[in-house]
Design a protein around this ligand. Structure first.
Ligand SMILES: O=P(O)(O)OC[C@H]1O[C@H](O[C@H]2O[C@H](CO)[C@@H](O)[C@H](O)[C@H]2O)[C@H](O)[C@@H](O)[C@@H]1O
Length: 383
């Protein structure tokens, strides 16, 4: 069963990177009707004003919302459905053949790393911290922080998160790392001497410690628009109990984890209503969250390439990038490290999921175990 090339398995698939059309909703690339000319900084928008796309083809998007964060196996067990639980275990074990445990395969990974520098890229939510109901309380443990600090001593390490860069730094609090927030649209990385033409938004700046850094914000012009949309989304959804609209600087996250499932459609309708005036924004899916972001050709994968370049580690045969993440938005990065840099993606998942990752771990505690092993291996190979 080849789940990577042929997605025809009993795998619980997260929705594909989604725009509104996947949800059966308004799409930024589809005909739409807008009451006013929307602000689209620096962009020529390829849309035609030929019709209104407000009708909901609801089963499609509801399915996508439901599968956006598969229930952990213990829920299956809690309802005492032994057969379902057994089936889930069989499916998981079959899936593990295609996505072997990064812990069990550790030697294989370090064999590949011999004579190479490892560059480490880590997602935050669901990878370094467990998924919790309140996004403001997604703290990482002190033990995890200590391991990440150690690992960063040996390997260049970056956090690439959907959160705003400031917020993810507040959680991680490690100055020795590089940070990319807003799904890679806000990168604070090492100073690079050469800035290519396609990175004109890259400016020299200083970090909180006064160290010179490069700040790259490819969606900088979208900031006023994103703030406008943030305010509209807060206003529109204020009566839906449990909705949480999060400001992630260049992205807005509309969380529905705590919304009664019967009101999910209302949430999506509100998001749709707001977004139809903004054809240069798009919607992607995270774990029980609708994420609104600029429709530019930039993602976590491109952020990985940018950081590798900044570190002087691109185009090198002697670099092994490893990216660890749990979410649909991490798939772009898995693809880039695998195809562009012969590296490894490690998917954090306790349920079968189609992915471009090569290896898997079950949960953040296994991420920690993997990182600890890297430190031990590096220390012993330095002897
Ligand atoms: O790229 P990431 O670092 O994984 O960030 C993706 C989103 O993560 C957060 O939401 C998710 O985690 C929350 C806390 O566990 C959970 O309550 C929520 O349901 C998940 O979707 C974060 O709040 C978002 O802003 C990020 O975009």
């Amino acid at each position: 069963m080849d789940l990577k090339s042929n997605r025809t398995s009993p795998v619980l698939t997260d929705p594909a990177p989604m725009n509104m059309s996947t949800l059966g909703m308004h799409s930024t690339r589809l005909p739409y009707s807008s009451p006013r000319a929307p602000l689209c900084p620096g962009l020529t928008i390829p849309w035609k004003k030929t019709g209104i796309l407000d009708d909901f083809r609801s089963s499609c998007w509801l399915d996508a919302m439901k599968s956006s964060s598969p229930p952990p196996k213990k829920i299956t067990k809690a309802v005492n459905n032994e057969y379902a639980s057994y089936d889930a275990d069989v499916a998981y074990n079959a899936w593990m053949v295609e996505y072997p445990s990064a812990i069990a395969s550790f030697e294989k990974i370090t064999d590949q790393a011999k004579g190479k520098s490892i560059a480490l890229f880590l997602d935050y939510d669901g990878t370094l911290s467990p998924i919790v109901d309140n996004p403001d309380c997604a703290f990482m443990s002190d033990a995890m922080r200590a391991v990440v600090k150690k690992v960063a001593k040996y390997f260049p390490t970056a956090i690439i998160s959907g959160r705003s860069r400031d917020k993810v730094y507040e959680f991680v609090k490690l100055k020795e790392l590089y940070y990319a927030g807003s799904h890679g649209m806000d990168i604070m990385g090492p100073v690079r001497q050469y800035i290519s033409d396609d990175h004109t938004n890259c400016v020299r700046s200083v970090d909180e410690q006064g160290k010179e850094v490069n700040l790259f914000q490819p969606a900088g012009e979208f900031l006023p628009m994103i703030n406008e949309v943030l305010r509209s989304l807060i206003e529109r959804t204020k009566d839906v109990i449990g909705v949480n609209v999060e400001n992630n600087k260049f992205c807005v996250s509309v969380h529905y984890r705590n919304v009664d499932e019967k009101h999910w459609k209302t949430v999506a309708q509100h998001v749709n209503d707001v977004l139809k005036d903004y054809p240069c924004l798009k919607l992607t899916h995270g774990r029980k969250v609708l994420e609104v972001r600029p429709d530019i050709s930039w993602n976590k994968g491109k952020a990985v390439t940018f950081l590798l370049e900044s570190l002087g580690l691109s185009n090198c045969d002697d670099v092994l990038p490893i990216y660890v993440g749990d979410d649909q938005t991490d798939e772009d990065a898995f693809k880039v490290v695998r195809e562009g840099h012969q590296g490894y993606g490690i998917l954090v998942s306790s349920v079968p999921k189609a992915s471009d990752a090569v290896y898997s771990v079950k949960d953040p505690s296994e991420v920690m175990e993997f990182l600890k092993s890297l430190v031990t291996w590096r220390k012993s190979s330095a002897l």
